[in-house]
Design a protein around this ligand. Structure first.
Ligand code: M6R
Length: 613
């Protein structure tokens, strides 16, 4: 949610800032801007040039002169919270003198009294944002040192922030602060960068320092210093990012989402690699940081997550119950946090989050920890806040996911839940032989997913015929119910078509009233004892004139004869059907959105990582 980038070094800052913002655009894309010194050299940089534009980074790029001088500066891509989408509300924001510029990610909750106080002091506000108070507060405290002034300003702020600030009179210096919104420092050779996430830094360096909440960094091209708000120095830990630059490129695909859908065989493989233990027919999950005894003592599983990660958690919890015989419950993090939750002993809490930065999930996790619960993280982004603050966890290693709609991270999260289930099942009821069968099936999943992706062209053809419908139902049972929810979410978020996910058995309790020739149903047909029940549900829809698209195992003639369109899926054991159902549903949403000419990677109103509540 909003992206920050800062650069200081020998190169032309404006070019690096705009390029970095392009990489961060998936975090927010309603407006963007940069601030750099006005003069050609850092020594002469006594005023700032601020360029801000409503719209995508492409608009900003057009507005930034190619030869804009200056070799330090800050930039921002916005996802609006306070104040509409206008040039004036775009960041950076400057103080009344125009010498101080700041960019901010997060929400300043007490900005109204601060603004009143600053206006009385003569500050001239030019935007409707909460963020602008930061620029004026820094100016209010400025006495020749930006770091000291920013620290003083922070003492007034209530809320969350990632901030980067520059002062025209301190050429080459950038000061950043973090509280609840991620910031990472890139340590280059004679240059430094600051960004909301590593994708903006990778072109220049793989050496990074993740800032913790309460920390402030002051950097010049050749050195940096991290301290807490009380000015105590913090020893920096330099991490090496293993993501490669080509992982954040489109690699020949027209969108990131299409690329990420097709990466799934490999990304699932990566989630499994080194973790399948055929000797003991279990899973090796070193990151859990728990002894066998501790794992054995677990009596129930509680997953906290949002959106797609919550759907992965729903699958994980059902699997825990049926395979490991442990009761499981997946909860929406945004609900749990404000519910005064009972934290039971012997419960294993799992915070599932692709980005590892989702505010709802992070705060729910902290609430559980505050009450003495242990929380594992199932995250994709290495070094993310949830990954660092959890008590152990599993990285899903799906590689950077840039498209706002989550695809490969979901199936990799599933892989992590399957491994964890196996490992707990093997500590309880599951025999060596059953464990071997489970592992063998799991190992075969990347190949089965690859086969399901071969359906691309036929799904595109189906999507072309259905893209003009205004409402869809996605129906599944058992493990396929969360997949129905996820299929519906994918369709609505990228095509803007209204879609509801339902448990197939529930449609007669209300949603069947929606059925007409204008409301297609997408049925996910399991290949177990629930198949016949699902077929009965299909007939109920058919009898009421509702069009049906059915995804079922290949060779299912009965399903094919009832459905208007049948998508034949590779045969896998029922427990693994979520893996082969999901890619065709992602493709269906993708091709509907393509047909409707939507902005697939950056759908309206959304942002990739939701770092505000
Ligand atoms: O990064 P997280 O997994 O915590 O994100 C949670 C949701 O915001 C996310 O899954 C969202 O629903 C996606 N846009 C779904 O495609």
């Amino acid at each position: 949610m909003c992206g920050i980038v800062g650069y200081t070094g020998p190169r032309q800052a404006s070019r690096i800032l705009v390029e970095g913002l392009k990489r961060l655009e998936y975090r927010g894309y309603d407006s963007a801007g940069i601030a750099v010194p006005k003069d050609a050299t850092q020594d002469e940089g006594k005023t700032l040039v601020v360029i801000k534009k409503k719209g995508k980074i492409a608009e900003l790029r057009k507005a930034v002169p190619k030869d804009l001088p200056g070799n330090f500066g800050i930039g921002h891509t916005r996802w609006a919270t306070h104040g509409g989408v206008t040039d004036a509300n775009a960041h950076p924001h400057v103080d009344s003198s125009g010498k101080i510029a700041i960019v901010h990610n997060g929400i300043i909750e007490n900005y109204i009294p601060l603004k009143e106080m600053l206006e009385k002091e003569g500050a001239i506000f030019r935007s409707e944002t909460d963020s602008e108070v930061i620029a004026h507060l820094v100016a209010y405290h400025y006495d020749g040192d930006l770091e000291t002034a920013l620290k003083a300003a922070l003492r007034h702020l209530k809320g969350t922030y990632g901030i980067a600030a520059v002062h025209a009179d301190e050429p080459g210096r950038i000061v950043g602060a973090r509280n609840g919104s991620p910031l990472v420092l890139g340590v280059g050779d004679g240059e430094m960068l600051l960004a909301s996430d590593v994708t903006a830094l990778l072109t220049y360096t793989t050496s990074v320092v993740y800032l913790n909440d309460g920390e402030v960094v002051s950097m010049t091209p050749t050195e940096f210093r991290i301290s807490d708000r009380d000015d105590r120095a913090v020893d920096p830990e330099i991490d090496l990012v293993t993501w490669k630059l080509d992982a954040i490129e489109k690699g020949g695909f027209s969108t990131y989402m299409e690329k990420e859908i097709f990466e799934q065989p490999e990304s699932i493989e990566r989630a499994l690699t080194g973790r399948m233990d055929f000797e003991y027919c279990s899973a090796k999950l070193g990151g859990l940081d728990m002894s066998k005894k501790e794992l054995h003592a677990i009596e129930r599983i509680r997953v906290i997550a949002a959106g797609t990660s919550w759907h992965a958690g729903l699958v994980g919890c059902q699997l825990m119950e049926s395979v490991a015989r442990l009761p499981g419950q997946a909860e929406l993090a945004s609900e749990l946090r404000y519910r005064n939750p009972v934290v039971e002993p012997n419960s294993l809490y799992i915070a599932a989050s692709q980005s590892g930065e989702t505010a709802d999930t992070l705060y729910a996790m902290r609430e559980i920890q505050r009450r003495g619960g242990s929380v594992l993280g199932i995250c994709n982004v290495v070094g993310s806040t949830i990954a660092r603050e959890s008590d152990g966890g599993i990285y899903v290693h799906s590689g950077p996911e840039i498209a706002v709609a989550s695809t490969k991270a979901f199936t990799s999260q599933l892989a992590a839940f399957y491994l964890l289930t196996l490992s707990l099942a093997r500590l309880h009821d599951m025999s060596h032989h059953e464990g071997e069968r489970f592992l063998t099936d799991l190992k075969a999943i990347p190949a089965a997913v690859r086969r399901s992706l071969l359906l691309r062209d036929s799904i595109q053809e189906i999507a072309k015929r259905y893209a003009r419908f205004g409402d869809f139902l996605f129906l599944g049972r058992g493990l396929l119910y969360p997949i129905a929810l996820e299929g519906a979410l994918k369709l609505k978020e990228i095509s803007y078509i209204h879609a509801e996910g339902y448990a197939s058995g529930e449609i007669k309790h209300g949603p069947i009233a929606l059925i007409s020739p204008d409301t297609p149903s997408v049925f996910l047909v399991p290949n177990d004892h629930l198949r016949e029940k699902t077929i009965s549900n299909m007939k109920e829809i058919k009898a009421r004139g509702g069009p049906i698209i059915a995804l079922a195992e290949e060779g299912d003639e009965l399903v094919a004869s009832i459905a208007d369109d049948y998508i034949p899926l590779p045969k896998v054991d029922t427990r693994f059907q979520p893996f082969v159902m999901m890619p065709p549903l992602q493709l269906f949403a993708y091709f509907c959105a393509l047909e409707l000419g939507r902005d697939i990677d950056q759908p309206r109103n959304l942002a990739k990582s939701v770092t505000v509540e």
